[in-house]
Design a protein around this ligand. Structure first.
Ligand SMILES: Cc1ncc(COP(=O)(O)O)c(C=O)c1O
Length: 383
């Protein structure tokens, strides 16, 4: 069968390839330190499971934009979190996770060949979500400390620029963009019609005290995509939401009515259960402790440079003093030490590596020791 041309540019994620190899090795009985996960290692909390138990008889379609009680609960939560009185039920669309939220938002805004500025390194799916929605990706490199580089962004703006993606805390870098750079961006963008699409998936996992919500900067055109996958360990349940002005929400609901229908009603009850606890991440303290372990270990590992993460559960470290081929380095690290990381190539940043610190403390400490050993043994010749 001849498949559509648009599939030719979509590559399978490099994250998956190493993850599959790591799982295969673990199944063969090898001790594996798997730091590739893009999700909390903890199970969905019991208070959420309990909020869904007893709902199995609720098995009809819900309204396309979400159950009114959930839309209301999300609106209330976001009004408080974002200190934004304008967020009402009509400004909320419930969607089946962060990915559909981003995709429906892009589909609602982009015409063919419109440009989307993507600060990078960037999470792998943005590129494909933008292209599948008909847009064109324009990369804008982040600064060396992974903050926004405003002059680089300004240089990339053209009369075709429609959207810029802002993801803070960031996957893969773990960075929280500085308030000064976000304010400069707002001042610049407010002279244009460009929309900020804020991917707020990690805003409940923030360690940097300097963090301010995206609504603090007064962007004229703002769409927020968020969800419960990371904050409530609900990755498999597929539930998220978009916050935007009323017309944008209507557009998303219109698209969703044909593309998806409604988000699973059981997952909507799960989200209500999470919101009843204020969407506070139950694994937050453990992640904060893991971050301390990571910062400590990496600062004692020769030749590795890194900026301590301000949020999410990733550290993105620089191995360019060792090699520019992070893919080969990761393959060898897995083979020799049983440590699985994601090579920077997956995020448009060769020479870097992403470590996800969601595992238990012992696995994390041992794995970091293995990485140090590997670097000290100089096991990889530079390519
Ligand atoms: C930055 C970012 N946005 C969105 C998502 C997608 O979240 P979901 O699993 O809810 O679709 C992820 C998941 O890895 C992510 O890292």
């Amino acid at each position: 069968m001849k498949l559509a041309d648009k599939l030719n540019t979509i590559e399978e994620s490099a994250t998956l390839a190493l993850n599959t190899q790591a799982k295969k090795m673990a199944a063969e009985g090898k001790k594996i330190y798997n730091f590739t996960a893009g999700e909390p290692s903890t199970d969905t909390p019991d208070y959420i499971k309990e909020s869904v138990a007893g709902k199995l008889d609720q098995n009809h379609y819900t309204p396309v934009g979400g159950m009114p009680e959930l839309r209301e609960a999300i609106a209330k939560h976001c009004r408080e979190f974002y200190s934004a009185d304008w967020i009402k039920q009509e400004n909320v669309a419930v969607v089946a996770g962060g990915k559909p939220g981003l995709y429906f938002s892009l589909l609602s805004i982009l015409n063919s060949e419109d440009e989307v500025i993507l600060p990078s390194p960037a999470w792998v799916s943005y590129k494909y979500l933008i292209e599948l929605a008909g847009g064109k990706v324009i990369e804008a490199k982040l600064a060396d400390n992974f903050d926004l580089d405003i002059s680089e962004i300004e240089a990339k703006i053209t009369d075709k620029t429609k959207v810029i993606i802002i993801n803070s805390p960031n996957n893969p870098t773990g960075s929280v963009y500085s308030s000064s750079s976000l304010q400069k961006l707002a001042d610049k963008l407010n002279q244009t019609d460009i929309t900020v699409l804020a991917d707020d998936m990690y805003t409940k996992l923030v360690y940097a005290e300097s963090f301010k919500p995206i609504t603090s900067f007064g962007f004229n055109n703002l769409v927020i995509s968020s969800g419960f996958s990371k904050s409530q360990a609900l990755t498999g349940w597929r539930i998220g939401y978009v916050i935007a002005e009323k017309d944008m929400i209507k557009a998303i609901v219109k698209l969703q009515s044909h593309l998806l229908g409604n988000t699973s009603n059981l997952s909507q009850y799960a989200a209500l259960g999470g919101l009843a606890r204020g969407d506070e991440p139950p694994m937050y303290d453990d992640l904060k402790e893991n971050l301390r372990i990571v910062n400590n270990a990496l600062s004692q590992t020769p030749k590795i440079k890194f900026t301590p993460p301000g949020g999410a559960f990733y550290v993105f470290f620089d191995i360019r003093e060792i090699t520019s081929d992070s893919m080969a380095w990761c393959e060898k690290l897995l083979d020799e030490k049983g440590v699985a990381l994601v090579p920077g190539e997956a995020f448009f940043a060769p020479g870097f590596v992403r470590l996800s610190f969601t595992t238990d403390k012992t696995t994390l400490e041992e794995g970091l020791r293995k990485i140090k050993e590997f670097v000290e043994e100089g096991a990889v010749s530079s390519s």
